[in-house]
Design a protein around this ligand. Structure first.
Ligand code: ZN
Length: 831
């Protein structure tokens, strides 16, 4: 029974390389996994758990390996004969299998993890209760149970769990609880390893049923009342979406119960584990949120439901086709939310919240194609869960559905899901299904939109009367676009015109002196840059623009123009000031304000004045909107983020001088503390007292954000200790430390930390692993330090051999953003 030393067995210490595609192919050729039977003992220790896995498999005969990342191994047997456990190296046990059926039994001790992967165990700061959940995605399953960890070796699972007696246990299949502390789960449908989960702890449960499907919700006890308050909204939309997905796909949901678990310290938004979806639990709202944030949650719920078909019934064979999961789920999630739930404006929210995420990602050095991204390494593929695989992919599928017609689009999907039920498939399988359904011409479509990276740039050449299409220099393409152009006279109304772009220059009719927006309704995928004359007219037009999609289109054009240093930050501030009081979609405020404050305001000719103009506009809006409305809330959030008056903020904290109908709850209170911290108008003792007064999970994260925001060396040290891993904290606190520490107005204090970031990034990369490793590199990146000296320190990180590839990739994109800031400064702020 070797007890592996910490150095090489810490479950979070990743092997240098992930599973390679060639290895996965060879293993899939060699064996079929018939079933897994897993017994976990969660009751014997708070640090480790027992994990006994029985794997029934059939081999064609040959050598391969088993994946296993344990704390220690008690025994491994193959067909009853002992396998030398010392053969375990870098998470792999080599095996030689004769042709025929085998039984492999692995008895191991695993570590609970605290990085949101594997079997994550955490303590709720509000009440000291312990909670556990499993996150097998994307290579963490072997730190829960021994397995052949790749998406195309599917098998049914049977779990047996021993847990503390006051816990509930929920998994991928319905569970019974024959005696206190003992849980037996039914056998699942065939699942990929990365779908296997277990949610265990003293969770608060809500149960319901719809159309024969048992439904459940769960969350920590300390936020039980908050879950109960929103349970009706969540369950109602879950039922509406089930009906719509059944109608669209004509295939019954096949995974038994549908449980939605809100779990602590979860890295992603959610994970689509069949039958037991896990969501980050800030999605259980403990404070009032804007409607935009509610829509984001709703589309996430629908996205995970869409995955039950796309991804879970039929799973991509390898990670290069993850768009078959994410792009479909993203598209169907928004589509179904808009079609059947109370959030019929989900596409507007999507436009404000997601469009730029996709477009910017698609213009970064790290851009990649939507499909067939060529990823050979499973771990590296994690970085492709980005704006391209989600937002761009969704947009491309929306275009495809429009082009094929909904009937053909859906018939192809049904054919695909039926042919590959509980199996795996590739992009070409899906194309074959669409072709059978009556579609044609996939080669051209795929070439133009799916396998070529980068967006075209579309820009009006006013003097020539032409729309100019510029393909990305590094990714040549000859794409056609069907889109609408919107034009408006000064202070007038917008008119839409259809345009077919088939070449480099397309003649368009634009009346003299009219504003022009290219593709505001998002008919195509392109970076559409606003031109100068339009920009001048927008503040006068935006106040009369009633179509919310058009207002979102205005912002997307302006942001695309800014990205290419074609828009003066001062013009952005003018537009924002006019727009803030008239925006009727709070999603506009929720998703545009952070960009304004990060990008345009700091680069304007007078940042302090710009911030105070936006503050005044937001405050006017907060007083003008209906008392208690989410628009009022969104406006006040903007007013808080732009406030410079300590007494005003302190008055609000004490409940004084607030717009009528507004209540200061936990989240708003922390926004105010963070702002006071940025201004240097509070201290550590006061922030600690605020945490102690309400010691919830949300408070802990926001307390960190506030502490590191203060303009003191101690505050920045506090952040850096977390960056380098000298102080270990849960991921949300770690990320808040990075996101809060760099503040434009504190540039002088922060200057020495640029060099420290550059020096210590390799240390930080070693200290953090898995999901959060690249996030840390980005969160702590000195994104507001665009001077020559900072650039000289940061740019070389792009090619540093000391950094893992995912970190290099993230830093390369961050440096690209810095270069774009420098381009704006060079064009508009110097001379
Ligand atoms: Zn997804």
């Amino acid at each position: 029974m070797p007890d592996l030393s910490d150095a090489d067995a810490t479950p979070s210490a990743q092997p240098v390389r992930g599973l390679q595609r060639s290895e996965a192919q060879a293993r899939a050729d060699l064996l079929v996994v018939d079933s897994y039977d897993v017994t976990l003992d969660l009751a014997s220790s708070e640090e480790t758990f027992g994990s006994v896995t029985r794997i029934a498999l059939t081999s064609h005969g040959g050598s391969t390996f088993l994946d296993l990342k344990p704390a220690s191994v008690r025994s491994i047997t193959l067909d009853g004969r002992a396998v030398d456990v010392d053969l375990l190296r870098d998470g792999r046990v080599p095996l030689t299998l004769d042709a025929g059926r085998h039984e492999l039994v692995v008895d191991a001790v695993m570590r609970f993890r605290n990085d949101g992967e594997g079997l994550h165990r955490s303590v709720d700061p509000a009440d000291g209760r312990h909670y556990v959940y499993g996150m097998s995605f994307m290579d963490a399953a072997p730190s829960i149970f021994a397995c052949f960890d790749q998406p195309d070796l599917k098998a049914p699972y049977t779990f047996h769990v021993r847990a503390p007696r006051d816990w509930v246990v929920i998994g991928n299949a319905p569970a019974t609880n024959p005696e206190p502390g003992v849980w037996e789960l039914e056998q699942t449908q065939p699942l990929s390893t990365y779908f296997v989960t277990l949610v265990a702890g003293p969770y608060h449960l809500v149960r319901d049923e719809h159309d024969g499907i048992p439904l459940g919700l769960s969350a920590r006890q300390s936020i039980a009342a908050d879950l109960d308050r929103d349970a009706d909204e969540l369950l109602t939309m879950t039922k509406q979406c089930f009906d719509e997905f059944h109608r669209l796909f004509d295939i019954r949901y096949p995974f038994g119960d549908y449980h939605q678990a809100f779990v602590p310290e979860f890295n992603a938004g959610a994970m689509e584990n069949p039958g037991c979806i896990t969501f980050r639990d800030p999605l259980v709202f403990t404070s009032k949120v804007t409607r935009g944030v509610r829509i984001q949650r709703a589309t996430t719920v629908a996205h995970e439901m869409a995955h039950q078909w796309f991804g879970n019934i039929t799973t991509p064979r390898w990670w290069d086709d993850l768009w078959l999961n994410e792009s479909f789920a993203e598209y169907m999630g928004v589509r179904v939310t808009a079609a059947v739930t109370e959030y019929d404006d989900a596409w507007v929210q999507n436009s404000f919240a997601r469009r730029q995420w996709g477009l910017v990602a698609d213009q970064r050095p790290s851009t990649h194609s939507v499909a067939g991204n060529g990823e050979e390494d499973a771990l590296a593929a994690l970085q492709n869960f980005d704006g391209i695989s989600y937002a761009k992919g969704s947009s491309i599928l929306k275009q495809l559905a429009a082009r094929l017609g909904d009937e053909v689009f859906l018939e192809g999907v049904r054919d695909h899901l039926t042919r590959h039920r509980f199996g795996n498939a590739t992009m070409h399988d899906l194309f074959d299904s669409w072709t059978r359904a009556g579609a044609g011409g996939f080669d051209a479509f795929s070439r133009e939109w799916l396998v070529t990276a980068g967006p075209d740039r579309l820009q009006l050449d006013r003097s020539a009367g032409e729309l100019v299409r510029t393909p990305p220099a590094d990714h040549p393409a000859d794409r056609s676009h069907s889109l609408r152009l919107a034009t408006a006279p000064a202070g007038g109304a917008w008119t839409g015109t259809d345009v077919e772009v088939t070449g480099e220059r397309t003649p368009v009719e634009v009346p003299e002196g009219h504003a022009v927006l290219v593709d505001p309704w998002e008919d195509t995928w392109a970076a559409c840059l606003v031109d100068g004359p339009t920009l001048d007219l927008l503040p006068g037009l935006v106040t009369r623009t009633e179509d919310p999609m058009m207002r979102a289109g205005i912002w997307n054009s302006v942001r695309s123009g800014f990205h290419h240093a074609e828009v003066d930050p001062d013009a952005v501030v003018d537009l924002a000031e006019a727009w803030l009081p008239v925006e009727s979609q709070d999603a506009g405020l929720t998703y545009t304000t952070p960009w304004l404050l990060r990008s345009a305001v700091p680069l304007s000719s007078d940042p302090a004045t710009a911030a105070s103009r936006l503050h005044a506009a937001a405050l006017r809006a907060a007083h003008a909107h209906e008392p208690g409305s989410t628009l009022q809330l969104g406006s006040l959030q903007t007013a808080v983020a732009t406030a410079s008056d300590e007494q005003l903020l302190r008055g609000w904290l004490a409940g004084r001088d607030l717009p009528p109908g507004l209540e200061v709850d936990l989240e708003l209170r922390w926004r105010m503390w963070v702002r006071l911290a940025v201004l240097g108008a509070t201290d550590r003792a006061e922030l600690d007292a605020a945490l102690e007064a309400e010691p919830t999970a949300v408070s802990r994260v926001e307390h960190t954000r506030a502490v590191v925001s203060m303009p003191t060396a101690e505050a920045k040290e506090f952040a850096f200790e977390r960056f380098t891993g000298a102080v270990a904290v849960p991921n949300y606190e770690l990320r808040a430390a990075g996101q809060g520490m760099w503040r434009e107005a504190q540039a002088e204090l922060l200057t020495p930390y640029v060099a420290r970031y550059a020096d210590q990034l390799p240390t930080a990369a070693r200290a953090h692993s898995g999901w959060v490793q690249a996030d840390v590199a980005e969160d702590f990146f000195p994104a507001c330090m665009a001077g020559d000296e900072a650039m000289a320190l940061l740019a070389p990180l792009r090619t540093s051999d000391d950094l893992p590839a995912p970190v290099r990739r993230r830093v390369t994109d961050a440096v690209d953003e810095l270069e774009r800031r420098r381009a704006v400064i060079a064009r508009f702020r110097r001379g």
